[in-house]
Design a protein. Structure first.
Length: 210
């Protein structure tokens, strides 16, 4: 689990991923097994987002987050992901805008300090493409979303790199949500002329097998 670390490079992402062991099996199936857990390297990962201001996309990210991820490339449907994000860590590179985003018109971080995502089903599309179905919670509003995930690559570390972990894998995830579904942008921001309704979440993860 990674907590309180600066991102290196959307959007929640993120977006948004949680560990789960395989369910108990019958005696005929043999003993239950556990899906491998992966640690996120926050220095090479990003949980970000973009939203249109008039005609131009504005990008931001969250600097502090926790991610629990379990994944088996041979059985991705048995994986699970959970993301918890510190809402106050929003960073768009503009102090005034970030203060507005932390305020009551947007994330209202004093009342709703966290954003979260938890998967409930993973669908295999191909050997490297998956759809992660789950629930996103913002401002205490929970909605189902679908994250399109690509396995960017996986490699066993050897030689001098072996001391840094047995295996490294990279993931990219993306989803688009309507901010109005989560009561994001009230008052003068409720209209969509200045601030577009669609928020694109993009998550980039570099992970190491635990």
């Amino acid at each position: 689990m990674i907590a309180g670390q600066r991102l290196a490079a959307i959007t929640l992402s993120c977006l948004a991923l949680a560990p789960a062991s395989l369910g108990a099996q019958t005696a005929e199936e043999g003993p239950a097994t556990e899906t491998a857990s992966w640690d996120v390297d926050a220095s090479h990962s990003r949980v970000g987002f973009s939203v249109r201001h008039f005609f131009t996309p504005v990008e931001g990210e969250f600097d502090d987050y926790d991610i629990d991820l379990s994944f088996d490339p041979e059985a991705p449907e048995n994986g699970h992901v959970r993301v918890t994000i510190d809402a106050a860590s929003v960073d768009t590179g503009n102090d005034r805008r970030d203060a507005d985003l932390r305020g009551p018109s947007f994330f209202e971080v004093e009342t709703f300090p966290e954003l979260s995502f938890e998967s409930d089903r993973i669908e295999r599309v191909s050997d490297t493409e998956f759809v992660v179905h789950g629930n996103l919670t913002i401002r205490d509003v929970t909605r189902p979303i679908e994250l399109e995930v690509t396995l960017l690559g996986m490699r066993e570390l050897t030689g001098d790199l072996q001391s840094r972990g047995r295996m490294v894998a990279g993931f990219e995830a993306a989803a688009t949500i309507d901010r109005r579904d989560f009561a994001i942008g009230s008052g003068r921001w409720a209209e969509t002329v200045v601030l577009g309704p669609d928020v694109t979440i993009r998550v980039l993860l570099e992970t190491r097998l635990r």
